[in-house]
Design a protein around this ligand. Sequence first.
Ligand SMILES: C[S@@+](CC[C@H](N)C(=O)[O-])C[C@H]1O[C@@H](n2cnc3c(N)ncnc32)[C@H](O)[C@@H]1O
Length: 297
Amino acid sequence: MQSQSEVLQKSEELQTGSCCGTSVELSSVSLENAETIRAEVQTHYGRVAEEHLNGNGSQNCCGSDFYEIEDLSQLPDTAVNSSRGCGNPNAIASLGPGETVLDLGSGGGLDALLAARQVGESGYVYGVDLNDSMLELARRNADKTGATNVEFRKGDLENLPLPANTVDVVISNCVVNLTTDKGKVLNEAFRVLKPGGRVAISDIVVDGDLSGMPVSEKQIRAGLSWAGCIAGALTISQFTALLQAAGFHEISITIEQRYTAADFNGELPPALTDLRPDLLKDLLQRFTGSSIQARKP
Ligand SMILES: C[S@@+](CC[C@H](N)C(=O)[O-])C[C@H]1O[C@@H](n2cnc3c(N)ncnc32)[C@H](O)[C@@H]1O
């Protein structure tokens, strides 16, 4: 199997360069590469889920740092510890009683279960994930909480298993960056939302671009991990353009956190660790955990 880096390099060879040969087209990758990336993402998160299903899962360094301790204390450990998010979409979604919510890439179910509490008995929450083990973990976690207003469906975010115009709020936590056709994912989010519905997404996005470094954007992205939510991150302007193209209005992207070398757990490639420390710091802080909001007119 090709490594993630090889896949990205290959996809970039096919898709690099809009105007100046420096920009990398990330909104979609070729079919062959998409399948390889998707398989690697599924293997990675399948392993995370299996570990938690088998009782030997570890807590992510930061997945649960974004939440109130009081909220987490009411959820099963396996929901909290399997969290692999990069923010807290519920914190920006302003969910109200009776609303219908869809969580894109629901993982072990943490955000969906928190949303289920916020929308109450008269509301309903769907989680969609492609990975069978994650779905099993999320369903077990839902059973442990006794929630009856949440269900987890198997599906690809590029082809959502929900009818059009049925959802009030689409939430998602650190998943759009993992997908191989981000335009399709946002089009699908738009399709399932009711008119007036909103998105509240936490994701990793690049502030500005990755230019002005002794290494090219291609080398930077090729050395970073797609499954680790970094290599596939859109820039703020790419994310905005895709939301606009899908039909969204009232778009806002707020930077919540900037990354440092410590956030990469020593997994930076030599092409980056060889950079002058001030350049490396400048580069890494362009990767941000951000809140993305928009509304369907
Ligand atoms: C980084 S984890 C985040 C999980 C969860 N949102 C959280 O905050 O813990 C990414 C999740 O998205 C799922 N995923 C990735 N690509 C997907 C796709 N194209 N369609 C559906 N689910 C996908 C993975 O299986 C995984 O459970």
